[in-house]
Ligand binder design. Structure first.
Ligand code: GDP
Ligand code: MG
Length: 335
């Protein structure tokens, strides 16, 4: 999973406690007699504390991904879920704090060498460090929340993808279960209440993924809120084809005219290739429709294999074309 590397982000209080505790521990047991050893001891406490703080802050920043390098799908998702700009702002405040802490410690090392009594200098230094840390408390809390949300994102790999769309009760879940041969893992996206199910299957050695997106691609686009629209934008960045299922029997409770209208919406919204398949071919109410590419029945299995292999061909072709376009672009860039 892409955001797995991000650890829990500690609070400023936890970091300060840790740093001061280590600094104190480093000194315990050392005999302090006279001004010189007192200076050395307090100097080393300041350096230990500031090193621990800067190391921890740098680690937090390092473990967050460089958003520009994320695959577009994840960039969009991260933006929907936590806001990339807010994360960048908080991360850069952590970097600022780290630099500042280093400076403050260095300043006080200079001061302590000239001081008659080193203890107040060290105390003043610790006070400054604590106050810098307090000033980024909000950022640390925000980043921890962001981390918790990002970590829950399902692993949508770079695998070629089949996105299943269509009104409720038309057989989307049945299709996903049929071709993945298992109950798909239900991953919760924060923007749909129902959870997106993602299943995988192999053809030869190649892995494919199938996504069923309840709440996103099962009702008219006009009913989408802002967040759902952004989620759909994210989907468009996958190497994917859309399987649009029509229930030609209307036993799902939706008229064919409405289903067709939603198909047109999806068609104009997505530049991805779309395969239109009429399901429930086993039922007597089944009607042949002129805008449909293929038919199947996930109940009797009829046509399921053919539909799957057509989808695989389509997605492989789409990936190939994308690669060719990119190569062409690269060649162009060389001139
Ligand atoms: N007769 C028949 N029923 C089907 C077929 N595919 C799905 N169903 C039934 O239609 C209902 C809805 O199926 P489901 O896969 O949950 O649809 P979804 O809401 O689009 O995910 C269930 O009762 C299925 O058993 C089919 O090919 N033939
Ligand atoms: Mg379903």
């Amino acid at each position: 999973m892409i955001f797995e590397k991000i650890n829990t982000v500690p609070t400023s209080e936890e970091l300060v406690d840790k740093a001061f505790r280590r600094a104190t521990r480093a000194m315990s047991g050392k005999k302090i007699s006279g001004r010189k050893t007192a200076i050395e001891a307090n100097e080393s406490m300041m350096l230990t504390a500031s090193n621990i703080l800067t190391d921890n802050l740098k680690n937090i920043v390092r473990r967050f991904p460089t958003f520009e390098n994320l695959p577009p799908f994840y960039y969009e998702l991260a933006d929907v879920i936590v806001g990339v700009d807010d994360m960048k702002r908080s991360l850069s405040r952590l970097e600022w704090a780290s630099t500042k802490i280093h400076e403050v410690a260095r300043d006080h090392v200079g001061k302590i060498r000239k001081a008659r009594d080193p203890l107040p200098v060290r105390k003043q230094c610790f006070g400054r460090l604590a106050s810098i840390m307090r000033s980024i408390d909000k950022d640390l809390i925000f980043l921890n929340k962001a981390r918790n949300k990002l970590k829950k994102l399902p692993s949508v790999e770079d695998d070629p993808t089949i996105v299943v769309a269509g009104y409720p009760n038309i057989g989307k879940s049945s299709f996903v279960t049929k071709i993945t041969g298992a109950t798909p893992e239900i991953a919760s996206y924060p923007f749909t209440t129902k959870g997106v199910s993602i299943g995988h299957f192999f053809v030869d050695d190649e892995r494919f993924q199938v996504m069923d997106t309840p709440g996103l691609l099962d009702r008219p686009m006009s009913e989408r809120n802002e967040i759902e629209l952004q989620a759909i934008t994210a989907l468009k960045n996958l190497d994917a084809v859309v399987l649009f299922i029509i229930d030609a029997t209307e036993t799902c409770g939706y008229e064919i005219a409405d289903q067709k209208r939603m198909l047109e919406e999806v068609r104009s919204e997505f530049k991805l290739p779309i395969l239109v398949v009429a399901n429930k071919a086993d039922l007597p109410q089944f009607r042949e429709l002129d805008f449909v590419d293929m038919k199947m029945s996930t109940a009797s299995d009829e046509g399921v294999k053919e539909v799957t292999s057509t989808l695989i061909e389509m997605v492989q072709k789409a990936i190939e074309e994308k690669r060719e376009n990119e190569e062409e672009k690269d060649e162009f860039d060389d001139f």
